[in-house]
Every structure is written in C-alpha cells, then in structure tokens.
Ligand binder design. Sequence first.
Ligand SMILES: [Fe+2]
Ligand SMILES: [Fe+2]
Length: 703
Amino acid sequence: MATLHRIPIAALVRVLCIIYDSHDRIATADARRGIHRMSSLKQTVLAARSRRLPSAIYFEGDALARAAVVECARIPHCSFESSDPARLDEENIFVVADQQLFAEHIKRLRAPNVRVIALSDERFRDVRLDSTVYAYLPGSVSVTLLERMFDNAIDHMHLVQTRREANDKLALANSEIYELNHIGAALSAEHDTRELLELILTKCREITRADAGSVYLVEEEERGEARGPVCDQRTPRKYLRFKLAQNDTVAVPFGEVVLPIDETSIAGYVAEHGSVVMIEDAYELESWVPYSINKQFDMDSGYRTKSILAVAMMNPKNETVGVVQLINAKRNWRACLRTPEDIENEVLPFSTRQMEIVSSLASQAAVAYENSHLYENIHRLFEGFVKASIGAIEQRDPTASGHSFRVANLTVAMAEAVDRDQTHFRDVKFTRSEMKAIRYASLLHDFGKVGVREEVLVKARKLYPEQMEALRSRFDFARRTLQAESCERKLAHLLEKGSEEYLRELPRFDRELAARLDELDCFAEFIHASNQPSVVPEETFAMFHEIAGKRYRGWDGSVRPLVTAEEVRLLSIPQGSLDESERQEVESHVDRTYEFLKQIPWTREIRNIPELARGHHEKLNGQGYPGKLAAAEIPLPTRLMTIADIFDALAAADRPYKESVSVERALEILGQMAANGEIDPHAYELFVQAKVYERWKVDCFEY
Ligand SMILES: [Fe+2]
Ligand SMILES: [Fe+2]
C-alpha cells in the first residue's frame, strides 16, 4: 500500500507564509481603499493545507519506469494501481517506459492535468502515444535529470493552468466591462430618480446574484429644521434616508425612515467613512466592529440575513451621496432562501471581485443619481417659472384666473383619453415627451396676452370706463346748462314782463326744460344700453345718427357735440366690446405666444410646443385665426386644446362681458361648433363620452 507523500513541513510553512502575506497585502490594500472586510482566514489556511504537490506515477508492470521513479527521493510517487482513484483526477506526472501499458491507459494519460515523461531512447512509433508524451528521456536517465524534468513538467502544468485562468479572467473582465458599460448607458438614460434607484439596485443585485438589497440616500436637513439660534451658520446636518428595498424571498414592508450617519449601523458606517463593508455572516460579527445588525426584520419575516456587501455611492467630488447594501449573495440567482438549509446551501460570501464591480457600479450610480437630481431640480425650476409666469399674466385679468391651468388639465386629460381610445383614435399613442409638450403648450397657450394692453384685455363694454365717466359728466353738465339757461330765460322774462306775466308763463318754461331734460335722459339711457357688449340691432343706427348731431353749450358759450364722433363709433360696434383694432390686438396674443415660446430653447423632443400653442384659435373650417389654417394643418393636440379652451371660456365663472353657462350648456354649444365644422367632432365626442370635462378642475399629471 503506497502512502501519499505530504508536502515537507518547510514547504508548508513557506506556502502558509505566502498565504498570510497575500492576506496581509489584501488587508493593507483594503485599508487603503477603505474596505472593511469580515472574512475568515481560517478557511483560507485549511484550503491551503489540502494542496499537495503532483505525484510521479508509474505502472507496477513497468519495471524500468518504476526503478527510475523510486530512486528519486525528492519526488512524491506511487504506482498507478495503488493510488487513490480520487487523486488520479488531480495533477499527476506519469513516468512510462512500457508502450503497451501506455497504450492500454492512453485515455487517462491524455488528460489536461497529466504530463507523461517517457523513458525511451527513441520516439514511440504510435502517433497517439508520441503526441501524448511531454518529454523523452533515455532509459538510463540519471536521478538529477529525472527530478529536473519532473519540476519542468510541474511548471508546464502550472503555466498552462495560469494561462487558462488568465484567459478566463480576461473573458470575465471583458464581459463585466461590457455589462458595466451597458448598465452605465442605462443609468444615464434614466432621469426619473425613483426608476433610477430601482435600476441601480436591480443591476447591483443581478451582477452579484444578491437575494436582497436596499438603497439609502444622503440628505441634508432643510433650512429651518435645525434647532438652535436663528443665526446658526453651521453646516447643515446630513442623514441617510432609506429609499428602496428589494427582496426575492420575502415581501418587505417598506417605509421611508432616516438613519444617522454614524457608526451604529452598517449603512451609516459606510456613509460616514465613504467605505465598503463586507460581512460573511451578519450573525457572527467580530466583537470589535462598531456597528450592529438590526435583526428585527429577520425576526418579523423569518428571513435570515447572512452575507452583506455595503458600498458607498461616491460622486466625482468624493462625496458620499448614498449607500447600496446587498444581502445574501447566492450560488443560483433564481434560488429562494426560505429555509435554514437554503441559506446554508445557497448563500455565499461576496467576493472581492464582486465588491470591486459593485463599487464601480455605485460610482456610476452616484453620478447618474446626481444627474437625475439635477434634472429634477431643473424641471422643478422650470415648472416654478412657468407657473409664476402664468400667475403674472392672469393677475392682469383676474376674471381669467386659473384659465391656463384648467385648459392644461382638460387638454392632458383628453390626450390621455385619446391614448386609451380603441375606436377613432386607436392608432394614436402619445409618448411621454409628447404629453409633456401638450401640457406645456396648453399651460402657456395664452402667454402672449402679456403683450396686449391691459385696458383692452379686460375691456368689458364698448366704451372704456373713463370714457363712460366723461360722457356721464358731460351729460350732467349739459343738464345743468339746460337748467341754467332755463333760469336765465325765466329771469329775463320776469324783468321784462313783470311777476304776473312771469307766473303765468312759468309752467311753460318748466315744461320746456323737462322735455329737454327727458330727451337727455333718453339719450343717456340709450347710450348705457348700447354700451353693453351685446349685438346692436339694425334699427338703432338711426338713433346714433341723431345723437351724433346733438350739441350742448359749454361754460364759455361755445357749442360742442354732446357725444363725440369717437364715442359714437365705439358705441356702434356691432357685436362684443372691441372695435376692429382692439380685436386685432387681442387676437395678436396668439402670435405673441408663438414668438415668446420660440425663444425658449426647448429640448428636441418637445420643440413643437410653439406650433401647438399657436393654433389654439384655429378652426377646422378655416375660419379661425391667425393663420386661417385648414383642418389638415391643425395638429391633433392643438384641436384638443381648442376644445378645452372654449369649454373653459364658456363654463368658467362670469366675466364682466359674459355670463358663464352651465357645463351642459357649454357641451351643447361645443356640439353645435362640432356640427358646424369648427372643432374636431371626434375629439368632441371623446370629450363628452369619456367625461373629460369632469377633470376640468383636477390637476393633471406633471409630465
Ligand atoms: Fe387664446
Ligand atoms: Fe385661452
């Protein structure tokens, strides 16, 4: 019975030293990189002890080979027949002289972990044998030469092994780089912070086959949150917010909580030091570590947290923006960890390589997160600017307050209904960018009113209030003048004819005065009625002509027109409160909106916002303004906006020049407009059927 030759003690000590030394070097490098590793050196040492040098094996029947090998005292050796079959799968060196025995066992000897040293003065003729031989040595080989060839064969095996491992590592590194690039591209394409965090955690878990994980973000306390003196200038305190958790085995009851950035928790420790923590078993922490594990979740859910990898998300300024914590690396990505046996069989410690990859991914994630945060801030900034601008415009016309927001609510709701529709609009699908364009275009559709004079914008009657006031004063003056003139005539009559005659004629004087005052009142009443924005009846134009000829005497005796030509012109406006130039000025808000919106550097996806907004007063029959566009030239989002705009103008609260109508009446009027070919009948139908109008005062989603 042959015995296995063990590695000499000195060699074992040297191997152990190398292992300890490499462990020390890893530990030093880890310390330099801020890696806090909780791994077991014991296992590494045990693994090292089980290593052995390859044996020299010979066949019992091969006397020449046997004699040569046995003579080499330095080489561990045994016969093929006596060797442990399990050992034959390891690295071995066969020394063969007998070609027949060689041929019998050729299959075993052609293994990649076997080298064959042939003792023969010439090459074997059998090509299969010859090609299997690593080296030929003469049958009378010396011990020294055989031992040297044995060493060379070992080196050769290790060289091939090392090359294979290097190739494997290279292939793995290539695939990891590809995967990291792929993930990096996905991360930078995601601007929604919530989606981004989900993506970061999912990818970190995929790449490490982690069963669970969570993401924490560093947040600063808001101004005013800090206690203490009002003038406290200290740096705002930071803390960690638990933002996201994933677990393949159990459902995680999630709630956002905050943790201090300190050494009491693993995430807090990692955030404070900008480091990495790797733990093989969370329930067997070394006594010297400052942090502890909160086992409450495990106790509540029956889960078992074992291996942990926690990595800081560092931005390019070397600031920690968050922490990714991964739990329970698995052998098999699909495995569920329901029982203690599952944990025992499936859970592995996280490897150094995994830690490096997750660190790299976490850095990319930190940049992507900061970008998404920046993107959100820009979005919020722009959103705030848009809302403030709309507020400023609507302040100029308080009766239109909220109009732009309600039009946006309705237009977006209609676009969503179009998206869902399976009938006329079944082929129409709006992307998120298109929805964003629709929302901004409808929010800002009347922005151009900023360029319309305020008195025109809010003009409720045909005459401006100050014109009406002047007219009223003039009529008062004319009345007073008539009274004064009547008094003068009475006095002159009294002086000339005496009191008796005067008293007799007095009623006549009074009747004349009353008639003239009645006439003035009649004119004043007519003017008041004509000043309304309603349609002027045809027959009243004669009255305007009569009023235009009326005169009164001024304080200096000059004769002046009672109603100026300009006042008559305005009062003669056939419909509404605006004359032609004023109407054009109001209508110019559309072009002003377009010019204003064109100056904003919209991103490529939403650059059609100015065009969408410009068409909101166009009509499908070509009777709209400003372009009198034909139906085919009016995009669908604009048609939706037109319906929303008209509905709100009809049904919103009373305006000075127009009373509001009920929702039902507004729908009737819109129905009439659809029948007349002014607005899109299919969009109108959807507006009614999907009850879009009910979303009138419900804030739309902020695409
Ligand atoms: Fe408008
Ligand atoms: Fe409008």
